[in-house]
Design a protein around this ligand. Structure first.
Ligand SMILES: O=P(O)(O)OC[C@H]1O[C@](O)(COP(=O)(O)O)[C@@H](O)[C@@H]1O
Length: 334
């Protein structure tokens, strides 16, 4: 899979940062994994946040968190606007999107699919979005631009996708978050004859699954999830290819006000990937619990094992990094 998006040279990130962000998600994943199955969502999230913040603050960057967590669910945060990195003049000005523990419930219950994830882009190029809900639709690479339309009925998007793939609608699988708010959407999808794959949490990985339907069996993502997760998923698709359209759900005056203060003028704007991630970007995710995208952290005798996927948009390179961490006491101490 590759991307054809061209980026002006001034918006290119130094490629050495690719490995640096792997360290960040690895540390967050290991810290959260120590609390897998403890039923303590906030504790696991806090552990991931603290580890991620520590690692980010070692990086040679002048970073601003533009996608953080906490406004919506009061989880411990790397808050929107927080400055991270080794400091002023330490390196390039970058925008950072984080979800230190994506799938807090999955981790607390030790269920498949929780990850530690982040994206980085040149300063001013990532969408500054409030922590509200976002309507999303996504497919993988290789289709004509505009094939999907967030405003078209689900039946229409499924029909168009089936036609483009030259398969029956019965062969299409739609990934949807299992939520009461999606009952009507799910009924409409099933009425077409297409299949629905439900996930209990974790729609960053959910959207990424659309990029590789031959291996994941997922053709399209539909539904409403978190806006931070939407921007992170857009960063991943910017690297691996695909199409995504999103709309923030700004259904109250205070949400619209908050969005406006972040520079969002049109509350109904439909964001394409390039509107959410304008320049070169890096994306990384490390498995916390085992999942279909990544293996979870393994605590072995004298070694901690992690698996991370890291992507760079300007080259479209996708690396899977399996790491053995031998000085594991460092995960506690630094
Ligand atoms: O659980 P809600 O409120 O429906 O929100 C959906 C969002 O929650 C998640 O499933 C998990 O998010 P958390 O890790 O913050 O719990 C996301 O992947 C998704 O975008």
């Amino acid at each position: 899979m590759s991307t054809t998006i061209s980026v002006p040279p001034q918006l290119l990130l130094e490629r050495i940062l690719t490995l640096e962000i792997v360290r960040v998600t690895e540390r967050a994943a290991v810290s959260a994994a120590r609390l897998r199955g403890h039923g303590n969502e906030k504790g696991a999230d806090q552990a991931a946040v603290d580890a991620m913040r520590r690692e980010l603050n070692k990086m040679p960057i002048e970073g601003t968190v533009v996608i953080g967590e906490g406004e919506r669910d009061e989880a411990p945060m790397l808050f929107i606007g927080e400055k991270v990195g080794a400091g002023i003049d330490a390196g390039p000005k970058v925008d950072i999107a984080v979800d230190p523990l994506e799938g807090t419930t999955l981790c607390a219950k030790n269920m498949p699919g929780s990850i530690a994830t982040m994206a980085m882009a040149e300063g001013g190029t990532l969408l500054h979005a409030p922590d509200v809900y976002m309507q999303k639709i996504a497919i993988g690479p290789g289709y004509d631009k505009g094939l999907i339309d967030i405003d078209a009925p689900p039946e229409e998007n499924i029909r168009r996708l089936a036609q483009a793939k030259d398969v029956s609608v019965h062969d299409i699988t739609v990934l949807v978050l299992d939520r009461p708010r999606h009952a009507e959407l799910i009924a409409k999808i099933r009425a077409t004859g297409a299949g629905v794959q439900l996930i209990t949490d974790g729609d960053v990985a959910g959207v990424i699954h659309c990029a590789d339907p031959d291996n994941t069996g997922v053709d399209i993502y539909m539904g409403t999830g978190g806006a931070p997760e939407g921007v992170l998923a857009a960063a991943a698709l910017r690297c691996i290819g695909g199409q995504m359209q999103c709309r923030l759900l700004l259904d109250t005056y205070s949400k619209r006000n908050r969005a406006e203060s972040m520079g969002i003028e049109d509350p109904n704007f439909v964001y394409q990937i390039e509107d959410m991630v304008k320049g070169d970007c890096l994306f990384a995710a490390t498995g916390v619990t085992d999942g279909s995208l990544l293996s979870g952290v393994k605590f072995r005798k004298h070694v901690i094992q992690t698996e991370t996927v890291v992507m760079r948009s300007v080259t479209g390179t996708v690396r899977y990094i399996k790491a053995d961490h031998r000085q594991f006491e460092k995960f506690h101490l630094d």
